[in-house]
Design a protein around this ligand. Sequence first.
Ligand code: 9MR
Length: 376
Amino acid sequence: MINQSIRISLLFVSATILCNCSGSKQVNKAAEKMTLRGTFKDDFLIGTALNTRQIEQKDPKAAALIPQQFDAATPENIMKAEEIHPQWGTYNFDLADKLVAYAAANNIRVNAHTLIWHSQLPAYVRRLQSADSVRQFFTEHINTLASHYDGKVYSWDVVNEALNEDGTLRKSIFLQKLGDNYIVEAFRLAQQAAPNTQLYYNDYNIEQPRKRAGAVAVVQKIQEAGVRIDGIGIQGHWRAGHVPFDEIEKSIEAFGALGIKVMFTELDLSVLPNPLNGNTADVSQTAAYNAQYNPFVAGLPDSIQQQLASDYEQLFKLFLKHKDKIGRVTFWGVNDGQSWLNDWPVRGRTNYPLLFDRQFAPKLAYYKVIESKTKS
Ligand code: 9MR
């Protein structure tokens, strides 16, 4: 206990020294003593994506900060099929088991990610031709993982990114070989294998009207089949200055009205120009490097730091307004240096999408998120 409070004090002393966040004069002193998980403990879980080094506690700064700030964690990559089921019938449970132990020791709930996703499939799955062989993989994969982690993880993203932007079903290998009932079947199998685990559908851009309607239809189809779905994850890969607040609120209401929990599962706000046409989180879409796409290598201008902070503050005010419907808010990474957005859709950029900077110091956005609760 004493150790823990010393560690927290040290964190905030070092944070104050390291914090180069402009505008920090405006920061409420009380916010400096708070943590994210402590601040929102009566409202919703606060999560982060974790990479392998973080799960193995290789970096002392991350190892100190993660359990102080977060009470939920999603493995960023290690539970994807490619990693955890690399050969037919061969499962690499080691790292995910380590994550479960790490989380249990720190009172962190694990959202397992993800059972059925068209992306990051192992090569042997992509080569499958017959519907029977795809069905066999699908069934064994869900049964094995969902049962192995039942009672150990809090929730599963059962199906990930099954929708196109217009709300129709994506032509994945699962849709093509198993037909349009495959999502219901995935949830049915997960429900049988993991009776003690929350089961979620997860996607990006489902706050947008057409894709939202598609997501509502997916959830209703599962419910009408008498199969359990407990929640829906809005990923939340948005851009500072362009956060679709109105659509987000409409989506919380629409999904909440289905009687399921709403999660924000992969929250980050890019501050860099997006050379792709439209807003997406599709990792297969990329663009070539060009210095004009990477303007903030030397640091983030004050005006953009303020914009980021204000967007995060407004988002959390919205989440608090609807806290009865929201189960969890998870950031997609711990600090700016570790974000996937440094390498997507253009490799090798310097992005600033999260609440902690590259030295793990809290940014202005961090304090504004805390103040969304403490000043309300
Ligand atoms: O952040 C993840 C990155 O490290 C991986 O290279 C990529 C491909 O597996 O996936 C990223 O996470 C994605 C998540 O699993 C699903 N939604 C979109 C996320 C960002 O691409």
